[in-house]
Design a protein around this ligand. Structure first.
Ligand SMILES: [Zn+2]
Length: 243
């Protein structure tokens, strides 16, 4: 009996480990992308809310800026079986004999790239749409070679496939600065109506999380105005000076 209790306590401790928590919270992709952080040729950002060219807002799950290209990653938490077509606005999820329609991740990715283009310009964009393990993805034929629909564990493999240097180190830093400067993090400005994709994602909470590490943003006083900084300081040094 006592062994059982010890085992139970040990299991509970493991679940408490940050790595496990991050993993369980659906941060699988974040976890996979972590290995890129130590490579200066990659800059990884998460949960970005940006204004689209037509005045709406869009949420980008993960963005990898690299000298090899700009990888726009859209993660989906749907279960069951996924079906869709490249040019169809809605795809279907089948689960327990029921079908549910959802906005095409490809259309979503077009909006993301269009939005990024207006900010950082025309770049070699690569779009990766991922689903969780055990999801059955029907054969979805795509005509673009920069577009991937796959399981999330394939992400690094796809990114690492790109080896040709197309963007300079300086340009990488410039792109990061432009994006971070243009983030929408004012909670009042973000309402569901303004979001392009009306999915069930908790975009509201994400708007106040650090784009570098996912930590909480805390508002403090700067020299002239309110400043949001990451609660994981000093491990993460993200600061948003616009409030
Ligand atoms: Zn941070």
């Amino acid at each position: 009996m006592i062994y059982l209790i010890i085992l139970f306590v040990m299991a509970a401790c493991v679940v408490q480990l940050p790595v496990f928590k991050e993993y369980a919270k659906g941060g699988r992709v974040r976890h996979f992308l972590k290995t890129l952080n130590s490579d200066e040729n990659y800059i990884v950002l998460h949960d970005l809310i940006l204004a689209t060219p037509n005045g709406k807002m869009t949420h980008i799950d993960h963005l990898v800026l690299s000298i090899y290209g700009v990888f726009v990653i859209e993660t989906n938490n749907y279960k069951g079986r996924i079906g869709g077509e490249e040019k169809k606005k809605y795809w279907t999820q089948s689960l327990f004999g029921r079908e549910k329609k959802f906005y095409s991740p490809i259309f979503q990715t077009y909006i993301h790239i269009h939005t990024l283009e207006q900010l950082i310009g025309c770049k070699p964009y690569v779009s990766i749409i991922t689903f969780r393990p055990r999801v059955t993805i029907d054969q979805i034929h795509v005509t673009q070679d920069w577009l991937y629909i796959t399981h999330d564990k394939q992400i690094l493999k796809i990114i690492k496939q790109y080896k040709e240097r197309l963007i300079s180190q300086d340009e990488l830093i410039r792109m990061e600065n432009v994006i971070l400067k243009n983030l929408v993090i004012d909670k009042n400005a973000i309402n569901k109506k303004n979001l392009v994709e009306h999915s069930e994602k908790s975009v509201f909470a994400k708007a106040r999380s650090c784009p570098k590490c996912g930590g909480k943003l805390v508002v403090g006083k700067g020299r002239y105005n309110a400043v949001s900084s990451c609660s994981n300081f000093p491990a993460c040094r993200f600061v948003d000076k616009s409030g």
